[in-house]
Write a protein that binds this ligand. Structure first.
Ligand SMILES: Nc1nc2c(c(=O)[nH]1)N[C@@H](CN(C=O)c1ccc(C(=O)N[C@@H](CCC(=O)O)C(=O)O)cc1)CN2
Ligand SMILES: NCC(=O)N[C@@H]1O[C@H](COP(=O)([O-])[O-])[C@@H](O)[C@H]1O
Length: 200
């Protein structure tokens, strides 16, 4: 029995693609039952091409942020996911969504949290001059990129890196790490104790 997962995305969809490849594997632990996006993006096109339901929930279509958050929550809830994965989803989820899926939202961030949180983690790390950055997979809590960390992996910064070249190398690591963690969560679950999270 596969575990239902909804993926939220906003961008090129390479992390989504890795999740879909894993879900298509014989014996996969999870199934992507829907993809939710906040804008037209390649991730939406990729999902549609593979016959997966795409939920498009644009902030501009709602009177305010709370209404958007409630609408996104209701539309995702309709698919009864066991887990929600934010894979390049570029909106901060609000209280309705966080309450409904508390403890069951996992995010991939392209930096070694708590360093460089937010929407521009790769650019911020490059600008700071770090020699090593990386990726973090974490549970989403009431903050932004503050949830309990599930896994991290390092990526060396090259002297001639641009944001694009560095981000592509980070994504290559993310695709493997996020897929492994989603598989682990959907087969073994997770135990949290304050800031600490341990996959069972
Ligand atoms: N409540 C939470 N929502 C989300 C989290 C989280 O940790 N808590 N993680 C993000 C993903 N993310 C970093 O990994 C992230 C994405 C976007 C932003 C942000 O500041 N977004 C702005 C708009 C930026 C833009 O459109 O370019 C906003 O929402 O107003 C911060 C962190 C997924 N959601
Ligand atoms: N703070 C959120 C954030 O920056 N998320 C990042 O967006 C990229 C999506 O790539 P993709 O569209 O190719 O899957 C990923 O690197 C992910 O960590």
């Amino acid at each position: 029995m596969t575990v239902p997962v909804v993926v939220l995305a906003s961008g090129a969809g390479s992390l989504l693609s890795a999740l879909l490849d894993e879900a298509a594997r014989h014996g996969a632990a999870f199934e992507v039952v829907a993809v939710a996006v906040d804008r037209e993006c390649r991730a939406a096109d990729l999902a549609a091409q593979q016959g997966i339901v795409v939920i498009t929930c644009r902030l501009a279509d709602y009177p305010d942020r709370s209404a958007w958050d409630r609408a996104l929550t209701e539309q995702v809830e309709a698919f009864a996911p066991e887990w929600v994965v934010t894979a390049g989803f570029m909106k901060i989820l609000g209280s309705a969504f966080l309450r409904r899926f508390a403890g069951h939202i996992v995010n991939s961030h392209p930096a070694l949290l708590p360093a460089f949180p937010g929407a521009h983690g790769v650019a911020d790390a490059l600008a700071y001059g770090v020699k090593i950055t990386g990726t973090t997979v974490h549970l989403v809590d009431g903050g932004v990129d503050t949830g309990p960390i599930l896994a991290q992996a390092p990526v060396v910064v090259d002297p001639d890196d641009t944001e694009e070249t560095l981000h592509e190398r980070i994504k290559a690591v993310e695709r493997v790490l996020l897929t492994d963690i989603v598989t682990a969560l959907t087969t073994r679950g997770v135990v949290t104790d304050g800031r600490k999270a341990q996959i069972s």
